[in-house]
Design a protein. Structure first.
Length: 398
């Protein structure tokens, strides 16, 4: 070859190089299986998710079609290094409709949301309910939850707490924890309960049979009081124990009341032999959960040495916890301890202060006792106690 001439590569060499480049490019774009795509979807990594979902959705996989619809509904970044895309309700609707053609419940629930909010379609509460019902019938926990929410709020239907619970129970049985929590709140607040006592007791039984702690507590109380059912301490104790052992949402609130009832039954021999040790055990479980009435009763047990050694200092501590929450009996108790210096240093200002708080809650006897202390106190001491009482605010249980 002459000096200065250009030497071109052979055509075969160029093709070889192109094949090599092509192979290297393919190596950077591995196929994404469904499991990986689903995991990426749940982590909002839509770039990875779409690589696996799109081929499956195109081939008719309903779950992939649903997830593609959700991605388009939410918006996001779909391409690596790409721009942020806004929600595309029309595209979401297209994928949901393909999935609902296969009776995919979660897609029917998603369609219900679009009709409920008027996203990509004209707002239509009736159509929304239709899709929620279909989704629930086809096993979607989310659709059942949505139906329960509509009945609870009266959104597109007449408000019906019982219907709300019916659908929330379906969702709860499929692991929808928020549905369980909502049912607990309903029974804690005694919402939707019939007015007639016997019907109310049956309502509580229905909830208790679903394992709802608040319903177990209320059913136990119905048997304890003979309200709507024949008084039966054995049944009361059974349901109180179940409420106390329940691990569901808000079980702690129900449990502290149930344990308090059980303590009282053992202390007063109601349906069980009197057993102060058992009473102390149940009162303590309730008191440890911050229930003021239980803290007071446990304090009384320490004052009287019932089921525990007599201990005025411990009684004073428990009275104070209860009195700080506004329990009138505990306020009277701690006032008395300050008055005589038992379990606490004698302090007429503190005694006057606590007796005043109890008197404000309607205890005339305590008011007379308090007024008798004025003769032993200076004007300044009385004024200080009265100021403390005016400034006092109850504390929440910890």
């Amino acid at each position: 070859m002459k000096k200065g001439s250009v030497r071109f590569p052979s055509l075969g060499g160029v093709l070889t190089a192109l094949v090599a480049i092509s192979c290297r490019t393919v190596a950077h774009e591995p196929a994404v299986d469904f499991g990986t795509a689903k995991a990426a979807y749940e982590k909002f990594d839509y770039v990875t998710a779409l690589k696996g979902l799109r081929p499956l959705a195109d081939s008719g996989n309903a779950e992939a079609q649903f997830m593609l619809g959700k991605i388009r509904e939410k918006g996001g970044i779909y391409e690596r290094g790409g721009q942020l895309h806004a929600s595309d309700y029309g595209e979401a609707l297209r994928w949901y409709r393909r999935a609902v053609a296969k009776n995919y419940g979660n897609a029917e629930d998603a369609l219900g949301d679009l009709y409920s909010e008027g996203h990509g379609v004209s707002q239509d509460k009736t159509d929304a309910l239709k899709w929620y019902r279909l989704g629930s019938e086809h096993g979607s926990a989310s659709a059942s939850f949505s139906l329960g929410d509509r009945y609870y709020r009266g959104n597109g239907v007449s408000k019906d707490v019982r219907e709300a619970i019916k659908f929330w129970l379906l969702a709860a049985r499929q692991g929808e924890s928020l549905a369980t929590m909502n049912i607990e709140v309903i029974f804690l607040n005694d919402e939707g309960a019939p007015q007639q006592p016997a019907e109310k007791a049956r309502w509580y039984l229905f909830g208790a049979q679903q394992g709802i702690a608040a319903a177990e507590l209320r059913l136990g109380a119905a048997y304890y009081d003979g309200d709507g059912v024949q008084r039966n301490y054995s049944e009361a104790q059974k349901w109180f124990r179940q409420a106390g052992e329940n691990n569901g949402f808000f079980a702690q609130q129900a449990g502290k009341l149930a344990n308090f009832y059980l303590g009282g039954m053992y202390e007063n021999a109601e349906g069980v032999p009197r057993d102060y040790g058992e009473a102390v055990k149940w009162y303590r479980l309730s008191a440890d959960l911050g229930f003021a009435d239980a803290q007071h009763r446990l304090g009384v047990m320490y004052v009287n040495g019932r089921g525990v050694p007599k201990d005025y200092s411990e009684a004073a501590r428990l009275y104070r916890l209860s009195a700080d929450q506004g329990n009138v009996n505990a306020q009277m108790g701690i006032g008395s301890m300050y008055a005589v210096g038992r379990g606490l240093p004698q302090d007429y200002v503190q005694a006057y202060f606590w007796f005043t708080l109890a008197a404000v809650q309607g205890s005339p006897e305590v008011a007379k006792i308090r007024d008798g202390f004025e003769r032993r106190m200076t004007v300044e001491e009385v004024a200080a106690a009265q100021t403390m009482a005016r400034d006092w605010k109850p504390k929440n249980a910890k």
